[in-house]
Design a protein around this ligand. Structure first.
Ligand code: PXG
Length: 287
């Protein structure tokens, strides 16, 4: 099915959905975005995504030219218009059109772009077998440089890490922070499971606070697993019973090999499977 696209007040078909070459989103990666899922015609945790979008914009000194309530209505309207039952939404706010200097004050008005389409990140067999991974040499941005908590249009360090994984023939990469602590994957958060306790890096340490990550923490509490937000080393991942990633696009996916070490039993483990099941139920329930 063709994607449904809305730009600054108007719907366009794919061939005509275009932005200016003077948009600072393109010229400088100056903008913020969200990736959101629709399950069974319901937008999953839309308010959490909108809260994060407005916080990202605040961090980037960017004023979104619509209220949260207006944007919520627009997203719901576009999803209904798309006719899609399950979908992936990309919502962007760019700095807008300016001149060739980076001064954001030259940009008259931020642009809002909304795409309702679908996404498949991993073939089905990766969910059964798990992903092979390596630790990328490229670290995530320092939290006081470009804060990883801002979901900005500037993904080059994550893309460079991803390229390292592609060059080495693995599925995905783990990125460390500048101090060498485990941070996140190229577009996913990371969890380790040891003796029935989940461990994941704390959000304030300078990683993206994933909506899926937060949902999984809630589900783990409900299922009475222990949960700790603590700094992790690669050693903690190598020696864990299970490692898995979470993300809107990926949902929950096991990691079975990291830096040539087999993780746990070498297949997605029982906690990963149990949480995936609970996550699917939560997503289709819609709360
Ligand atoms: N960390 C980073 C750096 C991300 O980009 C997540 C964690 C997970 O957050 P959510 O809220 O989705 O649970 C993301 C997710 C992709 C892709 O193709 C992923 C993201 C953005 C764009 C593309 O995997 N963000």
């Amino acid at each position: 099915m063709a994607p449904t696209i809305w730009i600054d007040g108007q719907y366009y078909d794919k061939a005509n959905a275009k932005v200016s070459v003077f948009d600072h989103g393109l010229l400088y990666g100056d903008g913020v975005f969200e990736g959101i899922r629709v399950y069974d015609r319901r937008v999953f945790r839309l308010d959490k995504h909108l809260d994060r979008l407005y916080h990202s914009a605040k961090g980037a000194w960017l004023e979104i030219p619509m209220t949260k309530a207006e944007l919520r209505r627009l997203v719901e309207e576009a999803v209904a218009k798309s006719g899609l039952v399950d979908a992936y939404i990309r919502l962007l706010v760019t700095r807008g059109v300016g001149d060739l200097g980076l001064d954001p004050r030259k940009c008259v008005r931020p642009s809002i772009i909304l795409i309702v389409d679908s996404i498949v990140l991993w073939p089905a067999d990766r969910y059964e077998k798990g992903l092979t991974c390596l630790t990328a040499a490229t670290p995530i941005n320092h939290r006081e440089s470009l804060s990883p908590r801002i979901k900005s249009l500037n993904y080059l360090s994550h893309i460079l890490a991803k390229v390292e994984g592609i060059a080495a023939g693995v599925d995905e990469v783990i990125m460390l922070d500048i101090s060498g602590y485990v941070a996140e994957a190229s577009g996913m958060n990371v969890f380790a499971v040891t003796n029935g306790t989940l461990k994941t890096p704390p959000a304030y340490a300078g990683i993206l606070r994933g909506v899926t990550r937060d949902a999984v923490i809630e589900l783990a509490r409900e299922a009475t697993y222990g949960i700790e937000e603590v700094p992790l080393n690669r050693y903690d991942l190598y020696t864990a019973d299970e490692v898995f990633f979470t993300g809107t696009a990926a949902e929950i996916v096991g990691v079975t090999k990291l830096d040539a070490r087999v993780i746990g039993a070498g297949v997605p483990g029982p906690v990963t499977k149990q949480l995936s099941k609970r996550f699917k139920a939560l997503a289709t329930r819609g709360d």
